[in-house]
Ligand binder design. Structure first.
Ligand code: ADP
Length: 332
């Protein structure tokens, strides 16, 4: 609200300045013309024709008159030029103000969306776990049923744990993240995380292709766990039918290439850069079905960068998205 008022005031000041400057320009042009005409009249009065007749074209051809006219034109151009530069500067200022207000408004909107979604994300597993505990406390259920309830509570607890991990990690990534340099076997890490994910999402079809052996990497095991987990969870979450995911790993001369491909709705080109921003989610909170906080890909990108790697978002064929990560082997 306050922002809108400031925006309105600055636009009004700019409009006032443009109007005032246009008025001053017109005034200067008129004054310049008046001065020229006054000097012209003075010259006519002072010009003496040898025969005593009217000065006419003889005066117009005299060097003094031509000098006066040149000066008048020069001043006119100068006034126009200055006016043009001033108006262009004002418009540039207006454009910068507009840009920074829009950025600020979108950042505020993202923060609001984040608060809404985080509240929801925290509330639902907490309520689910409470319900399970209350049920188990009130009723003595057969072991099979009790186990079923406990498993679902454990699943919710894991979701909660991952969410808190993501929150902590994203805070750390902005301040003091130094990747631990330990040996990471990406191939076994990926297959372990894939089988964990397959357990949690039996409806999803997942496959792992090791195109060529990838070298052992020096890096942060828990960081790479977050990268792979976030990409897998997104591929499952945003699938608009039965999720179908292919992960491939390839050893290269400089390190490895890890790709996570899905057959989901895909990501529009205009959004491909923005999805790595903190809290950024495509669409509005009202139209979005999938749960999330907008932190996942921010974390993925930051961790990849901290290891000197590079991430690309590509279109999968015939549909879906491919996240392709180039990971260099760290020099010791
Ligand atoms: P979150 O999933 O919590 O919203 P992310 O940072 O992980 O946040 O993702 C940002 C946005 O990118 C998501 O809101 C979603 O719209 C889009 N996105 C991410 N991964 C995929 C995917 N595999 N397919 C389609 N859209 C995706």
């Amino acid at each position: 609200m306050a922002n809108n008022r400031i925006r309105l005031i600055s636009y009004s000041v700019m409009v006032y300045m443009i109007l005032a400057f246009s008025w001053w320009t017109l005034l200067l042009l008129t004054k310049n013309k008046d001065a020229f005409q006054a000097r012209q009249e003075l010259m006519i009065n002072n010009y003496r024709m040898p025969g005593g007749g009217s000065p006419g074209t003889a005066l117009e051809h005299s060097s003094a008159y031509q000098e006066l006219e040149k000066k008048y034109r020069r001043q006119e151009y100068m006034i126009f030029g200055e006016a043009l530069v001033f108006v262009a500067t004002l418009f540039a200022g207006l454009w910068f103000i507009h840009q920074s207000y829009s950025r600020e408004a979108s950042a505020n909107q993202q923060r609001r969306n984040f608060l809404l979604s985080i509240t929801h994300e925290l509330k639902s597993p907490i309520s689910a776990i409470r319900l399970v505990l209350e049920t188990l406390l009130k009723r003595s259920l057969p072991k099979e049923k009790a186990d079923h309830f406990l498993k679902s509570a454990l699943k919710e607890n894991e979701r909660l744990y991952e969410l808190v991990e993501n929150l902590l990690l994203s805070a750390k990534l902005e301040t003091a993240y130094q990747p631990l340099m330990e040996e990471v076997d990406l191939a076994s890490l990926v297959s372990e995380l894939l089988s964990k994910s397959a357990d949690r999402h039996p409806e999803a079809s997942m496959s792992f292709h090791q195109i060529s052996p990838a070298p052992l990497l020096m890096g942060d095991q828990s960081g790479w766990t977050s990268v792979v987990t976030n990409l897998l969870e997104n591929a499952i979450k945003y699938a608009d039918g039965k999720p179908s995911i292919t992960v491939s790993l390839e050893g290269t001369a400089n390190g490895a290439i890890l790709s996570v491909a899905d057959q989901g709705p895909g990501i529009p080109d205009a959004e491909k850069k923005r999805i790595f921003e903190k809290f950024y989610r495509i669409g509005s909170e009202e139209t979005r079905r999938a749960k999330g906080t907008g932190l996942g890909l921010f974390i993925v990108n930051q961790i990849v960068k901290a290891h000197g790697g590079n991430i690309q978002v590509l279109n999968n064929q015939p549909r879906g998205t491919v996240f392709r990560i180039e990971i260099p082997v760290a020099k010791e």
